[in-house]
Design a protein around this ligand. Structure first.
Ligand SMILES: O=C(O)[C@@H]1C=C(O)[C@@H](O)[C@H](O)C1
Length: 153
């Protein structure tokens, strides 16, 4: 009989996102990382799925978390924070694990400083959601649920 379908989405948050709630609230809002994780859990639950969460300020720890998702998750939601704009290592990890990934940014990075306009991750992700605030995480989960529906991965 086929292996049971995977039911978890790994939500990856990068550097400084642990400060959400008090980090430049005029840009990032007042929702804490915990609030966002609860939003994600509720979004996944609506699809009969669950979320695992990792947040790290360390690039290699994020790479390790992406690797570990390969055997367990049906997809990735990733807000790599500043590493979005610098990290070939995280890009290569996403590409290597061959899971559908959605890139999320709370802010509209294209309306900010030029150095935020380029992402090393976008072309190895299925979709990019930027500027919708914390709701972007829910949109990403809804999309991944649709993408992987009825797929015994
Ligand atoms: O909007 C966000 O969630 C992203 C979060 C960060 O920490 C920044 O370094 C990115 O440039 C934008």
């Amino acid at each position: 009989s086929p292996a049971p379908a995977r039911s978890s989405i790994l939500v990856v948050n990068g550097p400084n996102l642990n400060l959400l709630g008090t980090r430049e609230p005029e840009k990032y809002g007042t929702a804490t990382l915990g609030d966002i994780e609860r939003l994600c859990a509720g979004a996944a639950d609506a699809h009969g799925l669950e979320c695992d969460f990792v947040q790290s300020n360390h690039e290699g720890a994020l790479v390790d978390a992406i690797h570990q998702a390969r055997q367990a998750a049906l997809g990735l939601v990733i807000n790599a924070g500043a590493y979005t704009h610098t990290s070939v290592a995280i890009r290569d990890a996403i590409s290597a694990v061959e899971l559908p990934a959605v890139e999320v940014h709370i802010t509209n990075v294209h309306a900010r400083e030029p150095f935020r306009h380029h992402s090393y991750l976008s072309d190895v992700c299925r979709a990019v959601i930027a500027g919708a605030g914390p709701l972007g995480y829910r949109f990403a989960i809804d999309y991944l649920a649709e993408l992987t529906r009825d797929r015994n991965v």
